[in-house]
Every structure is written in C-alpha cells, then in structure tokens.
Design a protein around this ligand. Sequence first.
Ligand code: MIG
Length: 830
Amino acid sequence: MIFRKKISSTFVMLIAVLRVANAAADPTWDGHTLRVTDGVVSAAITPISDDVIRVRVAKGDRFGRDHSYAVVTTNLGPIQAKATIGPNETILKTATLTVHVQHHPIRVRFANSAGETLDADNNEAAISFSGPSFRVAKDLPEDEHIYGLGEKSGRLDKRGWQLGGYNYVMWNTDTYAWDSSTDPLYVAVPFYVAMRHGQAHGIFLDNTWRSFFDIGRQQRDALTFGAEGGEVNYYFINGPRPKDVINRYTQLTGRMPMPPLWSAGYNQCRYSYYPEKRVRQLAAMFRQKQIPADVIWLDIHYQDNYRPFTWNHDRFPDPKTMIADLAGEGFRVVTIVDPHPKVEIGSVPFDTGIAGNYFIKRADGSVYTGKVWPSMADHDPAPSVFPDFTMPAARQWWGGLFKGLVDCGVAGIWNDMDEPSVFVAPTGTMALDTVQDNEGEPASHRELHNVYGQLMSRATFEGLEALRPNQRPFVLTRSSFAGGQRYAAVWTGDGTADWASLRQSISTLLGLGVSGFGFVGSDIGGFVHPATAELFTRWLQVGVFNPFMRTHTDLGNPDKEPWSFGSDFERMNKEAIELRYELLPYIYNALHETAVTGVPAMRPLFVDFPEDEAVAAMDDEFLFGSDLLVAPVLWEGASNRPVYLPKGDWFDYWTGEKVAGGRTIDAAAPLDTIPLFVRAGGFIFRQPVVQHTGQMPGNTLRVLIAPAADSTAAMYEDDGISLEYEHSDFLVRQFHQIRRDSGVSVEIASVGGSRIPAARLLELDLWAEESPKSVSLDETVAGTADDRRVLPRKSASELSAADEGWTWDGKMLVVKAHDNFGRMRFLVEK
Ligand code: MIG
C-alpha cells in the first residue's frame, strides 16, 4: 500500500522540518490566479467561473505541464473574482463562492454566499505528498452523501457502502464476472458529487494516474483522495442543485453528442452471431414475430482469427450484400473492433502502424507485444501490438483503418478490451513501464493506463466522423475516463446473470450518469451464465429504461433472444420492447437533454428531489427524464414491490390512478408489468409501435399529459442521423397545460429550430373522470375565441380511422388533429 493508513507523527515532523528549510513567499494575485507557497507545497488557485474553482498543488514550486485528456474548456463564461490577501489568509470571492485560503500551512475551504462551508480541507491531514504520490483530506460531515466516481459496484451513496468496504480505486480493469464488491471496474471517473441538506457540490480530480477515494473508511469524518503520481489538480464545482453540479462538470469535460436515433432502439447481441445465415435468420425472426429491433451486433467471430479490421470470409462471404439486405429490413450492423492488431508482417494495421511508429514501446524502445485475442487464434496465433492513442497522429491513423468496415455499410463500432486488457500478464494489462507519446511529452503506462479506452474511443469516433461526414458516429466502449462521454456510449462489461447483478446494474448505471456518462446500459439478462426466463424478462423491463438498450450473452450460453424462453415470456418480452418503441420520442427527448445539459436520462431520484432525505440513497428505483419514475421488479418471484414516491402527486402510468407522494406504496407488478409513475404535470411523448426507427417519420405523435394546474415541457426532434441539427434542422416545441374548474387548455408552440417533420397526426391523451362538453382547436397566431374550431366527438373505433376528433372511454380523453408543427391551442371544456 502506497498510501499510509494514518499520517504518522514522523511524517508530520518531516513536514515541519521542511517548512523551516524552505522560506515561503508572499501570496500573489494577478487577477486570475492566487499563488501561495508555504515552503513545502505551492498552490495555484484559479476561479474559472463564479461556480468552478480550480486548485493545483505541487511539491516545492514545480508545476508540470498544464494538460488534460478530460477537460475540454476552462473558459466557462464571465467571472468576477476578487482576492483580499491578509496576513494569514486570503479571501477569494466570486459572485457565488468564497474561498478561504490559509497560507501556513496551506488549507482551502469553500463556502457559499450565505457563509456555509461546502467543502474544507481537513485541518490535520489536508494536503500531503509522499514520494511521487499525494493525498488530499477533506472534512466529511456525518450527514453528507457522496455519489458518482464513474462505473462502480456497490450502492449509489458511496459513503454508506464505503463504511463497510474499502477504498474506491481508479484503475481500468477487465473484470469478468464482476459483482457488487468488485473494484475497480472498466471506467475511471475521479469525480464525485457531495450532497448535504439538499445542497450539492462536486470535486473533480483531473489526474489520470491510479487514484483512490477513501470515503470515511480510515477516518469516519474524512474523505481522502489521492493518486500515485502527478499533481494535485482538482476542480471544486458549485451547486446548489445536483443538476447544477452535473451541468458544470460536463461543461468542463464535455457532453455526449446526439446519438443516432437507431442506437436508442433495441440492440440484439451475443458472443457471437455467425455465420451470415444465422444473422439473416435472426433478423427475419424479429420481423416475422413483429418484435421491434434496430441493431444486430457482430462479436469477435466475424473476424478472421480475431484480427481487427478483417472478415472471416467462410462465415461472411459477402458482408456488404448482407448488410445492404439487412438495411432493407430496417436493421443496422455494429461490429466489434479491439485495440490489438496481430504481429503480422504483410497485414495493413501492423505494417502501417510500424511504419508510422504508432505502437506503444517498452522502456528499452522496442515495440511492446502482449497476448490477447490473436494469440488465441486456431490458425497461426501470434501476440499483438497496441496503438498509442495518446499520439494524435496514431489516433488519426487508427480512425482511417475503419474505411473498409464503413465501406461495407457497418453502422457503428464496438470497442472492447480497451482497459487495455492483456491475457497472461500478471497485472491483466500491459507492462507499466511501457512508454507512450502523451501528446508530445512521453510518459509511462502507469500515468496513461486510465485514458487508454477513452482515447481509443476518441480515435474511433473521430475516424467515423471523418469517413462519414455529416453522419453521427456511434461508438460503444467498455473502458473510458472522465470526459469519454464525448466519444462513446458505455456498457458495464461482463456482469453475471443473477438477480444480485440485476440490482447492481441499476446503481452502477446511475453512478455513471451522475459522472457525466449518460448513454449507458448493461448486458440485458446478464453476460456470464445463462439467464432464467424470469430474470431475462425482468432485466429486459429494466433495459427499456436504460439509455442504451442491448441484450448480450457469453460464448457457450444458450441463445438469449426475446423468444428464447417460450411463448408466455415471448409475449411479455415483446411488450417490453414495444414499450421502448412507444416511448422513443420521450426517450430521445431525454437523451437530448443529456446532450445539452449533461443531466442523464436515467438518473437517481436525488437529482430531481435533493431536498427529500428519503431518496438520498435510493437506488432500486430511478427517474427516466424528469417525468417518469421507474420502479422495476428486482427480486425473483416478486409480483409486487414497495415504491417510494417523492412529495407531490403521481399518476400510475398504466391506470391513470392518482397517487399521493411523500410515502411508500405497494405497487402490483405481475411478471408482465413494470411499475411506472408519471409526475403530476408530466408530458410523455409517445408514438404507436414501429418495428424499427426508420418507420418513425410520419408516425402519430401521442402526448400523454398528467394533470397539474399549470405545467410545461419541451420536446426536441431532428432527423435522427445527420449533424444538420447543428445548423438549425431541428424542432423544439413547448407544451403547456393549464387547468381551471372550467376545463383544460393545452397550448403548443414551436420555440426553436426550423425543421418541418414529415406530415403526421397529433394525439393528446388526458386522463379524465368525466366526459368533456366540447373540445376545440385554435390554430391561428392571434388566437381569439372566434378562431376556435370545434372538434367532432367520435367513438373510439371511428377516431382510430379519423384524422380529427375526440373520444372518451370513461377514463381517458383522446384528442386527435393534424400536427401543424406551429401553434396549436386545444381547449377542453367541462
Ligand atoms: O475476452 O468479444 O466484455 O462483451 O462478448 C472476452 C468477446 C472479450 C469481453 C466483452 C464481451 C464480449 C467478449 N469480450
């Protein structure tokens, strides 16, 4: 263990001796950065916005290169910062924060404008260095909750878990059959959100070395983080709401770009689908059974002896024709590409990589080789070389290698093994003293290990972007680092097909979401071992509300398709996937919110209800978007479950029944039912079921509106595939309901973009206990009473065949009209 269990008294004495030996200089403030040295360490504290303060601390006074793979900009807008340098302390003030910097020894404390301390260095331990490593100790109040830290096992509230556990470690690792106590996993994000009394802030340690976070374990009232090398380089991020913290963190590290719409559909994978005939049969089965699906995934067996960028032509004689035929059926194909070309003179990746000097080197300068998949090949096995993705030219070269796959029509790329994973090596990864370019300042794998996957997915993303201009790249990666949300969706690797892993998948995905990764999912049904029918169905129901929805299973397991478990289960599985497609306009809208604000679609309740202490640690139910609360069944044999509803009114999605929140209810949940609740005033954007996303244009937009006195929501849409939305080819519409005793009005207005979608009908679904007297529509800009058109009342079957009118079935009022994509005002009179 590199980090001491306790700061020993000798260590403290050593600091005292050093302090005497080095004279400290007076603090300086140049209008941007406060510089302080206490003789042992130097600190540079820079407010980069009113709500984000950067803290750098180095041993002595030597700061290294200012460089980051995570941060995209520190230009976060206008800022007014003032420093008042006193004899013992400098007070730095922005519009919203006060930073107290003690000079001797250096201690930092952040307070809000009301003077409440948000984060403070632990007075005793604070900042210390030991050899190349450092640690920072913060006070951890008894009632503070800690979230995030990327892809983690255990519970949502890291603190609760930590008390019985261990340090959280950041070191990307291939963890086959991981469970709720495995750490670290595949993705490192040294960022956490702290919340106390409903007030949130965040700390992002921008350091790629192996790092650790000790949350009240060694010392109940201290949160300690540190790394094996590099500088103390962290950002304090202000709230006060959790959404503010996530928003600012993703302003700093970037947000996921709009994904292609098809990738938000249903994805079917296994290890591995082959040969071509099998793939065609699979596609045909979906269409024949009318179970919606958009994507079929090809795992490593499509390749020739596991060599990246090849096809096994015995299994896939004509991939281009196969992919074109599948496209005709509305399917896309995603193929896996791992980071380990085979050592093989005469093969393009190896030859061009050697020629360009793009592979990682051993400490002695020779090319590093390691055994991964190509060494397991039946034919002519050989070790692999590893592209150095920290070299910009190597990233560009790697991106260009996708040309063959893109020319075949492959729609997206799946990056696996990019921790990187190396077989046979004792560490499971490459030698730590291998050397990488590090964007011009060579460094060891020890420093760069954690960014391997992030930079591989970056190279893949940028390659696809260049090869298919004006189309959104789609990349899925197993490994990543802070900021990796800019390049790829993430799945949680090789979990197990058991109920504990299903439960675990939720807190892990919620934690990823809080950590900036909003486009995430777990292997539906679990990866390791076969799934039981019941487990698969329940997992699929959870998967409907994973931002990224993909079924996958391990080599050797029986098939895991929606129809693999008999006809009863097939019906329920079909219903779950149909629900995904019905909700796609809402899901896509929530993904857009992530792209714009960083706030994940699948999110913990505390994000929207920070003031409700009851939800602070809740991770067996969650929100999808702001208006849906999802309480999936996570226990074998259960046919009901307790559901906590935060304060306010909720509506049962299935029955429309109004349920008062602020309490726990018992929800019925037979095997074909997912307990789902709509927040009062919520707007759920839906459509009739389609078989794939290609069928969406022209489909009716169905808007379910949960009652409230006054509520609004915005809905975003675009072409789902190109980058034209960056040039205003999108449409944002504002929906506004107002309820009075006399009735309800629903007003729709276009508030952004210039897109006119394909002609379609618009349907409003309103729960109503009595039949309205009349329903009218005003489509004029001015909107006086005279402009209203009364819509005809119809029977349900008449309405389903008609373009305009309304019907009431005793519970639900359904109103239909042509969508004019502009202003529409519906008036329902009681
Ligand atoms: O060494 O490509 O997590 O999803 O099916 C195993 C084969 C490599 C691990 C991935 C898994 C994938 C499998 N891969």
